[in-house]
Design a protein around this ligand. Structure first.
Ligand code: SF4
Length: 723
């Protein structure tokens, strides 16, 4: 990798002294390009106090320059420009949305729709998009093409409209009746588009999913989750709407996040409140007395706990500048790879839209990062922004090593974030984790001399979650979170830290066992930081709560991942039988219920495959003779279910669809989450109701207001029921 700044090498980007020089280069360049902005920025860096609006505007303005500087420095201006063009290619949709569905369609009277054939006009819509596609600079997206075509008609002057009208008269002949006079065609079409929008806003038909018709729904805090009570004999029983089920097969990433277009729709929805110092997503919602307000569920609306500059980030992403947006994020949230979609939502809860769907900030945040990582040297750009960020006046470059060393215990989100900040303050950091940490791929790891190569294309190292080896780095983010979150982000965080000169991490080292406090002092550490989390498991007060067949939910999730049971090829011994109930009302219970549903079909399918192999090798009698009678019973149950799973897989393949394993799991008793109070009182509902929605989509069952008091033992001593 060649950096464009003379005399600078890749290795210099890890040297605090050289980073300070880089900072100087950037500021000099800023002064050359925009002297007035540079003057204000220098004053800011020197400590000048600014009002919040002024500070936001200054940082946004400088971030635009920083983004261009980084693209130039890494030699990726063309790629950055192509990404900007791609993002901006959706702009016509948002403009069209405001003018047509947002205004003109609302003015269409009912009587004007009499005789209006929206189905026939759908063909005109497609043709207008095709017409725009033939012209230079056409967007790739069909909706954007149509919107661009309509805006061209709308914005053309009189002469231009007459010319376009004549052209379209020819083009649309036979599709839609148009006036004879070419000069009237455009106005006629614009009126028809407004009418069509009015119809399609209510009945989307072929344009279902178009961004122009997406409208926020009112929020009903008593009904954040749609569910059905489908069992009259069991009034506490609930399940998600059956028409919203999502089929799941194994342990691939279950949520591929929003597309760029969907994310931009959220950006368009955001009203960029930093302009008025009303960005409650960052600063929290305040009541009349100036205190942090609570929502009707009693949740404090404090906004992002890191004070991330969200509205500012949205501004730049909407401009097609994810690098600038990431620089703004990294001021307050340098470890952004470990936050965002499916991780945190405090920002969303405090969005200014309290009565309607909030802006989906975590989706936007994660997209910004993914867009940058997708660029050539994108990983290096992000990594650099965590060490050098001129927008961060508190610590634009790390302090040089101060000779003091800190032992950080635990490499979960708290440990790795703490390590980052300690490195920034000049400390040496050794981080340990009780669980094993696997080495990185050789191309990403340090060589025997401690050197490492820059990462050109991060996504070359992307791994599907069901194939990815558990790396062990990330603590709860590795072992506690299910495949709803993309754990490839852990590799990103690891690369940020592992390459720092004064950082080392070691797995399989238990604090208090492998190493004690006295050992740490003897080894020369100056400080010990415990970042191991609370960790105390919840024990359900239920008689016989440790009989065979019962497992702690967190232990199940951990075993599922740690033993590799969730991988097709693994021989892990983690046994689940149905029906299963999961006791609890928080995210651990939700995750456990979804994972039981996903694991069971895999477990029985693997059992069947291995059984068949063994029988082919040793004969059925010999294989069966190895099992005691109670285990044979379980084996036969698994084999029967395994055959059903296999049949369903074959049926689905023949039909060209995903297999419906949830249906089978239901037929064998299902997986039910049981909570002692109402679902509305549960922590999952109050804090993360989106997770209940997603779990319902996977087919979990929910039983509220039930508190199990005793686990019943069967004849073999194992669980045989719950009362
Ligand atoms: S996310 Fe919500 S609160 Fe934040 S700037 Fe946008 S609209 Fe305002």
């Amino acid at each position: 990798m060649e950096l464009r700044i003379e005399g600078f090498t890749y290795g210099d980007l890890y040297d605090p002294g050289r980073l300070a020089e880089l900072d100087g280069h950037f500021r000099k360049r800023l002064a050359e390009n925009d002297p007035e902005l540079a003057k204000r920025f220098e004053a800011y860096r020197a400590g000048a106090e600014l009002g919040p609006v002024e500070e936001s505007e200054l940082l946004i303005a400088v971030a635009r320059h920083l983004s261009r500087f980084l693209a130039w420095m890494f030699g990726i201006e063309d790629e950055a420009a192509a990404l900007r063009d791609k993002i901006r290619s959706y702009d016509p949709i948002w403009k069209f949305k405001k003018e047509f569905p947002g205004k003109r369609a609302k003015r269409v009277r009912d009587e004007e729709l009499e005789g209006f054939d929206a189905d026939a006009f759908d063909r005109v819509v497609s043709e207008l998009a095709a017409w725009r596609a033939e012209r230079p600079g056409a967007p790739e997206d069909e909706e954007a093409r149509f919107a661009a075509a309509v805006l061209e008609l709308l914005e053309g002057g009189e002469q231009e409209r007459a010319r376009l009208g004549a052209e379209l008269q020819e083009r649309l002949r036979g599709l839609w009746p148009l006036p004879e006079d070419g000069a009237e065609v455009v106005e006629h079409l614009l009126v028809a588009v407004a009418r069509w929008c009015r119809v399609r806003a209510a009945e989307p038909g072929p344009v279902a999913g178009w961004g122009a018709f997406k409208v926020p729904k009112p929020v009903d805090y008593g009904h954040l989750v749609d569910y059905e009570r489908t069992r009259p004999d069991f009034p506490e029983f609930m399940e998600g709407p059956r028409d919203r089920r999502r089929r799941r097969d194994g342990f691939k990433l279950t949520d591929r996040r929003y597309s760029e277009k969907q994310v931009l729709s959220e950006v368009d929805y955001c009203v960029l409140c930093h302009n008025r110092n009303k960005d409650s997503c960052t600063k929290g919602v305040r009541d009349k007395s100036g205190q942090i307000a609570t929502n009707p569920l009693g949740i404090k609306l404090a906004g992002c706990p890191l004070d991330e500059k969200i509205s500012e980030m949205h501004t730049l992403h909407g401009e097609g500048d994810p690098i600038g947006a990431l620089a703004l994020i990294a001021i307050d949230n340098p470890m952004v790879a470990g936050t965002g979609h499916r991780i945190c939502n405090d920002c969303m809860k405090a969005c200014i839209y309290q009565k309607y769907d909030p802006v989906n900030i975590p989706q936007i945040e994660t997209r910004v990062l993914v867009d940058v990582l997708g660029l050539r040297w994108g990983m290096e750009i992000y990594s650099l922004l965590t060490r050098w960020n001129p927008l961060n006046r508190r610590r634009p470059v790390p302090l040089p090593y101060n000779g003091k060393n800190v032992l950080v215990v635990g490499l979960g989100p708290a440990g790795y974030t703490l390590a980052h900040y300690l490195l920034g303050e000049g400390f040496g950091v050794v981080a340990i984790d009780g669980l094993k940490i696997e080495p990185l791929e050789p191309e990403l790891a340090r060589d025997e001399n401690g050197n490492f190569k820059p990462v050109e294309r991060f996504f070359d190292y992307y791994q599907e979650l069901d194939e990815r080896p558990l790396m062990g780095f990330g603590g709860v983010a590795e072992y506690g979170i299910t495949v709803r979150w993309d754990k490839n982000f852990l590799k990103v965080i690891r690369l940020l830290l592992d390459r720092r000169r004064h950082f080392r991490s070691y797995g399989g080292v238990r604090f208090g066992g492998t190493i004690t406090i006295d050992d740490a002092w003897a080894l020369g550490f100056d400080h010990i930081a415990i970042a191991t989390g609370a960790g105390k498991p919840t024990i359900v007060p239920m008689k016989n709560n440790l009989v065979r067949g019962i497992r702690k939910a967190s232990d199940f999730l951990m075993a599922l991942q740690l033993t590799g049971a969730q991988k097709k090829g693994s021989m892990a011994n983690l046994q689940v039988r149905l029906p299963a109930i999961v006791i609890g009302g928080g995210l651990t219970a939700i995750d456990t219920t979804t994972e039981v549903m996903a694991y069971y079909p895999m477990q029985v399918e693997k059992t069947l495959e291995r059984y068949e192999k063994l029988v082919a090798e040793r004969g059925e009698q010999a294989v069966r003779a190895a099992y005691p009678p109670d285990e044979l019973e379980i084996l036969d149950e698994f084999l029967e279910h395994g055959r059903a799973v296999r049949a369903e897989r074959e049926r689905a393949a023949a039909a060209g669809e995903e297999p419906d394993f949830a249906k089978l799991v239901h037929s064998w008793g299902g997986a039910t989450m049981v909570y002692r109070k109402s679902m509305l009182d549960s922590p999952a509902y109050r804090l993360n109701h989106e997770e209940i929605i997603k779990a319902f989509e996977e087919g979990i069952w929910y039983a509220e207001k039930l508190a199990p008091v005793e686990a019943l033992r069967g004849k073999d001593g194992a669980l045989d029921g719950v009362v």
